[in-house]
Design a protein around this ligand. Structure first.
Ligand SMILES: NC(=O)c1ccc[n+]([C@@H]2O[C@H](COP(=O)([O-])OP(=O)(O)OC[C@H]3O[C@@H](n4cnc5c(N)ncnc54)[C@H](OP(=O)(O)O)[C@@H]3O)[C@@H](O)[C@H]2O)c1
Length: 250
């Protein structure tokens, strides 16, 4: 299937490792020109080298929660590519916490897992509206944490905001969708949340019907499809990619 993505321009946040890095590679393989955002410059540079090709990605080594990131990203996108078609809001992370967590832990999670994506999207949307075409794909997360997790309310906010936004920007040919990963190999999963092969095996056999953790490509494939003109009639959706981990009918 020709996804008709050749030559389009995409911003991917959290592109240095994990899911975002996989998304960047998948979009690049379809000929998409990339703007890659994360804090660790050396990892963005190694990703650009891995992608290769003639169209060099624009690398923005920035904190997505910084107040000037949205406007600065817009300025750099316009200067380098003069247009924007696709925004993948992926930067974020799980924040397991306890009742005695500091107030700033909750604020940090909301800032990273919701506010940064909302602010960046609102800043970049006019570039899509003026071309009357656009794709916004959010990589969110489960709302059904089995214990307290400061990321869950932020991911819920993403879903609620994205649904409302989809109705406002639909008339401009812009779609807004969210993907909920289950357990996908990434830096946070392999180094922080499930740091041993034994732990991963036990969790997968107890909770994941397909029996294994996914890879970034499992998310990237859907991001790529939702970014394409082929997905024009899908918007306001929340799609789980989790090997069957989730056990709710709705
Ligand atoms: N992997 C999973 O199983 C899973 C499950 C549920 C939800 N998710 C969601 O999927 C997304 C990607 O997760 P992942 O597992 O791939 O995580 P990861 O391996 O920890 O990667 C997180 C990415 O976000 C970037 N990032 C974090 N804070 C940032 C900041 N303040 N400014 C700019 N970039 C920042 C990191 O880059 P730098 O550190 O270089 O800045 C990195 O590229 C997240 O939104 C996460 O909540 C993942």
């Amino acid at each position: 299937m020709n996804l008709e993505l050749e030559g389009r321009v995409a911003v991917v946040t959290g592109a240095s490792v994990g899911i975002g890095r996989g998304v960047a590679k998948a979009l690049a393989a379809e000929g998409v020109r990339l703007v890659l955002i994360a804090r660790r410059k050396e990892l963005l540079e190694s990703l650009a080298a891995e992608i290769g090709g003639t169209s060099k990605p624009l690398l923005l080594a920035r904190d997505v929660t910084a107040s000037d990131t949205p406007d600065e990203t817009k300025r750099q996108v316009l200067k380098t590519f003069g247009r924007l078609d696709i925004l993948v809001n992926n930067a974020g992370g799980s924040r397991p916490t306890d009742l005695d967590a500091y107030e700033r832990a909750w604020q940090e999670s909301l800032a990273l897992n919701f506010e940064a994506a909302r602010r960046l999207t609102h800043a970049l949307l006019p570039l899509m509206q003026e071309r009357r075409w656009g794709r916004i794909v959010n990589v969110t997360g489960s709302l059904e944490a089995k214990r307290l997790n400061a990321a869950a309310p932020a991911k819920a906010a993403m879903h609620a905001w994205a649904k409302g936004l989809s109705s406002v920007v639909g008339p401009f040919g812009i779609t807004v969708n969210s993907i909920v990963p289950g357990r996908i190999h990434s830096e946070q999963i392999d180094q922080r949340l499930h740091p041993t092969a034994e732990d991963q095996k036990q969790f997968a056999s107890a909770n994941i019907p397909l029996g294994y953790f996914g890879d970034p490509e499992d998310i990237a494939t859907l991001v790529t499809f939702l970014s394409s003109p082929r997905a024009r009639y899908i918007t306001g959706e929340i799609i789980h990619v989790d090997g069957g981990l989730r056990h709710h009918a709705f």
